[in-house]
Ligand binder design. Structure first.
Ligand code: GRG
Length: 308
C-alpha cells in the first residue's frame, strides 16, 4: 500500500487550506460583531480579520478530524485559538515590546486606534476566546462538559506563565542581554512563544474529537516539532531575504542583537535542522491512517518549504 508521504502528495492541500481559511474567516466575522463601544470592536475586527495564514485554526480542525471528530465542533476552539494568536501579535507589536508599524501588510492596531485601545482590544480577544470556547458545550449537539473543561484548562496552560507569555518574557530578557544565548535557551523561547499555541491547537482539536491519551500525546509532539520548524524556517528566510535585498533596507532583526538559528548554528546546520524537525513531525503522526493524516503531513511540508 502507499506510504503516508505518497498518499499526502495526492492530496489537494491548497484546496483544503483555502476551504478551511474561508470557513474560519466566516466564523470569526460572526464571533466578533460590531457593537458598542464601537472603537473597541472595530479594533478587534481590524486585527482579527486582516488576513493571516490561520495555521492554529487549521491545526485544530485537522487534529479533530484526524481522530474522527467533526469539523463543525472544532470551529469554536479554532476561532478561540486565532483570537489568542491575533491578540498576542497586537501586544507584541506595541511600542513597549517590538514597536512595529506594520502587521499583515497594514498598519498595526495601535498605529490606527492608539495604544490604549490596542491593549484593551487585545484583552477583549483574550477574554472572548475563553468565552467562545465554552460555546462548544452546545454546538452543534451537547458535549460532555468534562471535555469542554479539559479544553479550557489546556488553553489556559499553554498561553499563561508556563506557555506563550513565558516564552515572550525570556525572549525579551535575552534580547536585552546583549550577547548570544545558548541553543537550549533559543529552543525554550520558541517552544513557548510559538509552539505552545500550536500545541494547544492540536491538543484541543484532539480532545474535542474524542482522541485517546496516546493520540493526544502524538499530536502534541507533532505540534512542538512544527512550532520549532516554523521558527527555524523564519530565521533562515530572514537571512536569505535580506541578502537578496542587499542595498535595500536591512531587516530590523538582523541589526538587533536577537539570537537566531543561523546566527547560533550557521546556515547549513540550520537547514539540516529543518529536515530533522520535518522528519520528527512526520514520525509523530506516522501511526495514524495515512489518508486522514494527509492534511497534517502536508501542513508540515508547507511550513518547511514556504518561501515568505
Ligand atoms: C498570549 C496572554 C497572551 C499574551 C501575549 C506579546 C505576547 C504575550 C506574546 C508574543 C507572542 C508572539 C509574537 C509569538 C510569535 C508567534 C508567531 C509564529 C507569529 C507569526 O505568525 P504567522 O506568520 O502570522 O502565522 P499570520 O499573520 O499568518 O497569522
Amino acid at each position: 500500500s502507499a506510504s503516508p508521504t505518497e498518499v499526502a502528495t495526492e492530496f489537494d492541500f491548497k484546496g483544503y487550506m483555502l476551504g478551511k481559511v474561508e470557513l474560519v474567516n466566516r466564523a470569526l466575522d460572526l464571533a466578533v460583531p460590531l457593537s458598542h463601544p464601537n472603537c473597541l470592536h472595530e479594533a478587534m475586527r481590524y486585527s482579527l480579520l486582516s488576513g493571516g495564514k490561520r495555521v492554529c485554526p487549521i491545526v485544530c480542525i485537522a487534529a479533530c478530524e484526524l481522530v474522527g471528530g467533526d469539523e463543525t465542533r472544532s470551529m469554536p476552539p479554532a476561532c478561540a485559538l486565532e483570537m489568542i494568536h491575533t491578540m498576542s501579535l497586537m501586544h507584541d507589536d506595541l511600542p513597549c515590546m517590538d514597536n512595529d508599524d506594520l502587521r499583515r501588510g497594514i498598519p498595526t492596531c495601535h498605529r490606527v486606534y492608539g495604544e490604549s485601545v490596542a491593549i484593551l482590544a487585545g484583552d477583549c480577544l483574550l477574554s472572548l476566546a475563553f468565552r467562545h470556547l465554552t460555546d462548544l458545550a452546545n454546538y452543534p449537539s451537547p458535549i460532555d462538559p468534562v471535555i469542554v473543561l479539559r479544553a479550557v484548562a489546556e488553553l489556559g496552560r499553554c498561553i499563561g506563565p508556563e506557555g506563550v507569555v513565558a516564552g515572550q518574557v525570556v525572549d525579551m530578557d535575552s534580547t536585552n542581554l546583549n550577547e548570544p544565548i545558548s541553543i537550549d535557551r533559543l529552543e525554550y523561547i520558541h517552544l513557548h512563544k510559538t509552539a505552545a499555541l500550536l500545541e494547544a491547537s492540536a491538543v484541543i482539536g484532539a480532545i474535542i474529537g474524542g482522541a485517546s491519551d496516546d493520540e493526544i500525546e502524538r499530536l502534541k509532539r507533532y505540534s512542538q516539532h512544527i512550532g520549532l520548524l516554523f521558527q527555524v524556517v523564519d530565521d533562515i528566510l530572514d537571512v536569505t531575504r535580506s541578502s537578496k535585498e542587499l542595498g535595500k533596507t536591512a531587516r530590523k532583526d538582523l541589526a538587533s542583537n536577537k539570537s537566531t538559528y543561523p546566527k547560533l548554528l550557521g546556515l547549513e546546520r540550520s537547514r539540516e535542522l529543518v529536515e530533522e524537525l520535518l522528519r520528527e513531525a512526520m514520525l509523530a503522526i506516522e501511526g495514524f491512517d495515512a489518508v486522514k493524516a494527509a492534511p497534517l503531513v502536508q501542513l508540515s511540508n508547507f511550513i518547511a518549504n514556504r518561501q515568505k
